[in-house]
Design a protein around this ligand. Structure first.
Ligand SMILES: Cc1cc2nc3c(=O)[nH]c(=O)nc-3n(C[C@H](O)[C@H](O)[C@H](O)COP(=O)(O)OP(=O)(O)OC[C@H]3O[C@@H](n4cnc5c(N)ncnc54)[C@H](O)[C@@H]3O)c2cc1C
Length: 240
């Protein structure tokens, strides 16, 4: 089958098994979130952005402290129109961000290695989100609990109800910051390699090698109480 390049470019690959397609027509919420490089891969609709955020476990938070940029990997959770990060109240990252500095939160899902006929056209299939803005601390204990519930249920659905919940002291030792999704963009590359016409005769394998994050067999803790069974992972718990 000969692929229509325009369909590949905009990610409209439903018939090729793509999970979802960006909703075309949504506009960037600000000029600085507009994808300029390969703009046809940009998406700004919340459905696309939320789906990427909700599939990823880890984000990278970028900020500058004393003129030194840091990009720190950390867990996160989305609740509605906001993303939350958490950590020790002593965390440099959380204390700096709570000081009202500009921040950039990035999430990346890697879907495949794209092997082209030419080195130049090698690529990667991905879905990513960039959120720009400032973080603010969550002070209300009920809101903190709610964010922690979202964190634990992301690691394993239902975990909040099963595990011991935080004490007031533990809650106090935990900082939680929120960032709104007011300025967010997604970028997606899907589909096969795009070689130069002259290279299609080059005798090397070309195509996509899919990559995904798989759930392995649970490894019980050595102090696990007798008779406690491991969680059952359903396909929806497998993060792709
Ligand atoms: C796994 C992975 C591997 C990549 N590998 C490469 C590579 O090897 N070389 C390369 O040049 N690029 C690569 N990219 C694309 C890269 O993320 C940038 O989009 C690209 O380099 C253009 O950067 P720029 O600053 O010129 O973007 P611009 O288009 O100028 O960025 C303008 C705005 O668009 C938004 N934006 C830009 N990139 C993204 C993104 N990825 N996701 C969501 N929003 C975005 C941001 O809001 C940004 O402020 C890769 C992306 C991913 C996810």
């Amino acid at each position: 089958m000969r692929l229509d390049r325009r369909l590949v470019d905009v990610g409209l690959l439903a018939d090729l098994g793509a999970e979802y397609a960006p909703r075309m027509g949504a506009k960037p919420s600000s000029d600085r979130t507009r994808v300029r490089r390969e703009p046809q891969r940009g998406a700004y609709d919340r459905e696309t952005i939320d789906a990427i955020l909700d599939e990823a476990l880890v984000c990278h938070l970028g900020f500058v402290q004393d003129r030194q940029p840091f990009v720190i990997p950390t867990l996160f959770a989305r609740i509605g129109d906001e993303v939350f990060v958490h950590g020790s109240s002593a965390s440099r990252m959380l204390r700096t961000l709570d000081g009202g500095v500009d921040a950039c939160l990035t999430v990346t899902l890697v879907d495949g290695i794209v092997l082209a006929r030419s080195i130049f056209n090698h690529s990667i299939n991905y879905r990513s989100v960039v959120v720009l803005g400032r973080a603010t601390a969550v002070a209300d204990p009920d809101e903190k609990q709610h964010a922690l519930e979202a964190f634990s249920n992301r690691l394993l659905p239902g975990r909040w109800d099963d595990a011991r919940q935080p004490t007031p002291t533990e809650l106090k030792a935990t900082s939680i910051l929120r960032m709104t999704l007011d300025e967010a963009s997604a970028k997606l590359r899907t589909g096969p390699p795009k070689d130069d016409e002259a290279d299609y005769d080059w005798p090397v394998w070309a195509g996509v090698v899919p990559l995904s994050l798989a759930v392995g067999a649970p490894e019980p803790d050595r102090r696990l109480l007798a008779g406690v069974t491991p969680p059952v992972w359903t396909p929806t718990r497998d993060r792709r």
